[in-house]
Design a protein around this ligand. Structure first.
Ligand code: MAN
Ligand code: CA
Length: 251
């Protein structure tokens, strides 16, 4: 090998050896140190992580997310204006509600009451018939008689003793009912009203002024006749109070 060739070989080896790092804390000056060192050193440790890089470019918008769950109901709003009345609903099914049950029970009770009323009414008539052979029922009033006779005062006392009072018809219906007893027995009946206190002012036994009357033609016609008798035809005549007349009471 010629000398120039040897020189080039030596230089090449020197350059290859220079590329091997050697231990030193040069950091960024590795190439300078390497060139300055004569013998290749042991490889150094990895350096510390570098500073955080700059933020990358903004990514593209992602796809729409899934639908969320339903939220809690909000507060009730203020009440609106009153609406028009709706059409009447259809009749409900029977026996369904508590109201229907009560209605059915009330209907049952009413039916029972009617039966009971009929029974009581019949019982009353049977008992009354035994005590008073002559009686007639009109509205809530019952006229009764045993067929006995007496003066006005006797009659008044007898009826009071029974817990009633002398027959005192207050309307045509009651007067007609009472007249049936008079007609049946063919006897006149003293009524409860009189004008003993003031002539011409007939009063009921409780002091009320008489409203209804059924005077016979020309009656009343006497100042001394302070009582009233009913004829068998139901017409009235003012009469002295001391005669004997059929005693009829109202209960
Ligand atoms: C006649 C009529 C009656 C009167 C009686 C008295 O019948 O004058 O008005 O009350 O007599 O007995
Ligand atoms: Ca008279």
């Amino acid at each position: 090998m010629q000398l120039p060739s040897l020189f080039i070989l030596m230089l090449g080896l020197a350059l290859v050896g220079a590329s091997t790092p050697e231990p030193c804390n040069c950091g960024e000056k590795v190439s300078v140190c390497s060139l300055a060192a004569g013998v290749p050193g042991i490889p150094g440790h990895h350096g510390l992580p570098g500073n955080e890089g700059k933020p990358g470019a903004k990514g593209e918008q992602g796809e729409q997310g899934l639908r969320g769950t339903q939220g809690i109901p909000g507060k009730a709003g203020p009440s609106g204006p009153k609406g028009n009345q709706g059409e009447k609903g259809q009749k409900g099914d029977s026996g369904g509600s508590e109201l229907e049950l009560l209605r059915a029970q009330i209907n049952d009770l009413q039916a029972q009451m009617e039966v009971l009323h009929g029974t009581t009414s019949l019982t009353q008539k049977v008992i009354l018939g035994h005590i008073f052979p002559h009686f007639v029922s009109v509205g809530l009033k019952i006229f009764v008689s045993k067929g006995a006779e007496g003066s006005y005062e006797n009659s008044k006392a007898a009826c009071s003793h029974l817990g009633g009072q002398m027959a005192s018809p207050r309307n045509a219906e009651e007067n007609n009912a009472l007249s049936k007893i008079a007609a049946k027995l063919g006897k006149h009946i003293y009524l409860g009203m009189n004008d003993m206190e003031t002539e011409g002012a007939f009063l009921h036994l409780n002091g009320e002024r008489m409203q209804y009357s059924n005077w016979a033609p020309g009656e009343p016609n006497s100042e001394i006749e302070d009582c009233i008798e009913m004829y068998t035809n139901g017409k009235w005549n003012d009469k002295i109070c001391s005669e004997n007349r059929l005693i009829v009471c109202e209960l």
